[in-house]
Design a protein around this ligand. Structure first.
Ligand code: SF4
Length: 370
């Protein structure tokens, strides 16, 4: 079984992982006329600044639609990184959280990378400070250091491999086949899932995503009884009691693919509910049910929606382009060092395309090809 060798508190004395600050910065809901006007302005600014919008599945539906309508992409973090690197635009506007903007800058140092709100972060990134992570690595010099994409550039600079949830399993399987031992960080649930699937020798950091960590096994069991025909789709950042009930365990792209291609009419989804926007577009006839969390009263944490992803809005896209604000910089030599572990992953995926399920593409009602 896996070893947990390092325990980092999920919330420090200063409340570093408290989400109240993030929720306070979430843009208000827009009326239809405001939405249309802001989308038009944002599209015009993207054109004028030779910019492309690279959006994550968890951000607001308006941003996802704007990305697709203007030639950008809505994707998981692996595909976001590849798309931004390969696109001809001089400016990338990354709608997501900070590590995604950093990854874009690491891969595309000559492009300008902007984000709607630089305060948008991630509990996994916050819970893995570079100095303490370096000490953890120093204590295990015989292991390949494998870090999730959800980490700072400084943590990636210390790693041998970066992985996303799309390719983590295949890469750890590959390392095990080479006789390598693994140091894994920071998500303990994904690490445990991979260790169970591969049997690899892994020591782990003790981090968690505050969204997926909230899904509850018992409540899911009760919900499944109410919907006996439903397929259960679970992101592997979720706790074991939830993963064990899954019909499909996978990354956001893989869960989206399972809904689009699946024969069932109903799906219970255990991941950030931002993904349901794209699922509804690509599988309009299917019923999507959010997996249960602890509920609003339990903590200040989110309930199936990431507060940092929610900070991204149309107004933020307009302001970062119009004012040149929210630019991401990654200093040297951190950038070059971090590039090594990202390139290693991209090279592995290129050589082993079957290891990673391709992103789902298709027609979006009223929008066109996506
Ligand atoms: S959903 Fe979880 S893993 Fe993703 S950015 Fe938010 S806190 Fe991080």
């Amino acid at each position: 079984m896996s070893q947990v060798e390092y325990d980092y508190p999920l919330q420090d004395a200063a409340g570093a992982t408290c989400t109240a600050h993030a929720w306070a910065k979430v843009p208000p809901a827009l009326r239809p006329a405001e939405r249309a006007e802001l989308k038009g302005r944002a599209a015009e600014l993207l054109r004028r600044h030779d910019a492309v919008l690279v959006a994550h599945y968890y951000v607001d539906g308006d941003l996802q639609d704007l990305a697709l309508e203007t030639g950008g992409i809505v994707a998981d973090s692996l595909e976001m990184a590849r798309f931004g690197r390969d696109h001809a635009a001089r400016t990338l506007v990354v709608a997501g959280v900070r590590f995604m903007g950093e990854s874009a800058k690491i891969l595309s140092p000559d492009k300008r990378v902007l984000m709607p709100d630089l305060d948008a972060t991630c509990s996994l990134d916050l819970g893995c400070p570079p100095d303490e992570f370096a000490a953890f690595c120093d204590a295990h010099p015989d292991r390949q250091v494998v870090v999730y994409a959800n980490t700072s550039a400084a943590v990636k600079a210390r790693a041998d491999w970066m992985v996303t949830s799309s390719c983590a399993l295949a890469i750890v399987e590959h390392l095990k086949s080479q006789g390598q031992k693994v140091l894994w960080a920071p998500d303990r649930h994904l690490g445990r899932y991979i260790q169970e699937q591969t049997g690899a020798d892994m020591v782990m950091w003790n981090g968690a995503c505050i969204v997926h960590d909230e899904f509850k096994g018992l409540e899911l069991e009760l919900l499944r009884r109410e919907h006996p025909g439903a397929q259960v789709l679970v992101h592997p950042d979720s706790p074991q009691a939830v993963v064990l009930q899954a019909d499909v365990v996978g990354s956001t792209s893989q869960l989206l693919g399972a809904v689009v291609k699946g024969a069932a009419k109903e799906y219970i989804i255990a991941t950030d509910n931002g993904l349901l926007h794209r699922m509804r577009q690509l599988a309009p006839g299917k019923t999507l049910i959010e997996a249960p969390t602890a509920g609003n009263s339990a903590t200040c944490k989110s309930c199936a929606h990431c507060p940092w992803m929610a900070m991204n809005g149309l107004q933020g896209v307009i302001e970062c382009l119009a004012l040149g604000e929210g630019e991401i910089f990654v200093p040297e030599p951190t950038r070059t060092r971090a590039l090594g572990c990202i390139d290693r992953m991209l090279d592995f995926v290129r050589r082993n395309p079957a290891a990673v399920q391709p992103p789902v593409r298709g027609f979006v009602p009223n929008v066109g090809a996506a």
